[in-house]
Design a protein around this ligand. Structure first.
Ligand code: PNS
Length: 162
């Protein structure tokens, strides 16, 4: 049984996140998308809202033989992964600028939970510049973000900004 935790803020889910998830579907029997509950970071969406948005997006994709679930968590990613009995932690890499932060996080997570391997997946080129924070900024200033987030995410962002 190959089980992975895909942790993140997902504030909100982007097409880049979805691309990473889709690439991982054939690699694992089970993937748990772990949404970090981080109210101190003043997220646009609560953790519950982020989970609901992701579940809504997942309803429209074919996950094949891989079972995908979504849940929020608090505290350490390594501890949460261990509580799930996950074998792996999935992280996406866009550009070389992500590397240093990811390396530090991976080595710390490895120290905390040596039995869990972090697996890196490269996002498609067309999403290499896409981040939740950049999208929120562009959206809040009236720029178009179509195609860079799933359709239901734009709807949720529009509802938030009403
Ligand atoms: O989507 P993000 O914001 O890049 O995800 C970062 C995340 C949630 C994976 C990271 O901040 C994290 O793991 N936070 C939980 C607290 C923790 O485990 N910190 C130590 C990481 S080495």
């Amino acid at each position: 049984m190959r089980k992975a935790l895909f942790p993140g803020s997902f504030d909100p889910l982007t097409s880049g996140h979805l691309d990473i998830l889709k690439r991982c579907l054939p690699l694992f029997d089970e993937i748990v998308i772990g949404v970090l509950n981080n109210p101190e970071k003043n997220p646009m969406f609560t953790a519950d809202e982020r989970c609901s948005i992701i579940k809504e997006t997942l309803a429209s994709i074919d996950s094949g033989d891989c079972s995908v679930t979504v849940t929020s968590f608090s505290g350490l990613t390594a501890e949460f992964a261990r509580s799930l009995s996950a074998n792996a932690i999935i992280r996406g890499i866009r550009a070389i600028s992500d590397y240093e932060y990811e390396l530090k996080m991976t080595l710390m997570n490895r120290r905390l939970a040596p039995e869990i391997e972090t697996v890196f997946v490269m996002a498609a080129e067309e999403y290499s510049f896409v981040s939740s924070s950049l999208l929120k900024q562009v959206f809040s200033l009236g720029g178009k973000i179509d195609g860079l987030v799933p359709r239901n995410v734009i709807d949720a962002m529009n509802r938030k900004s009403l």
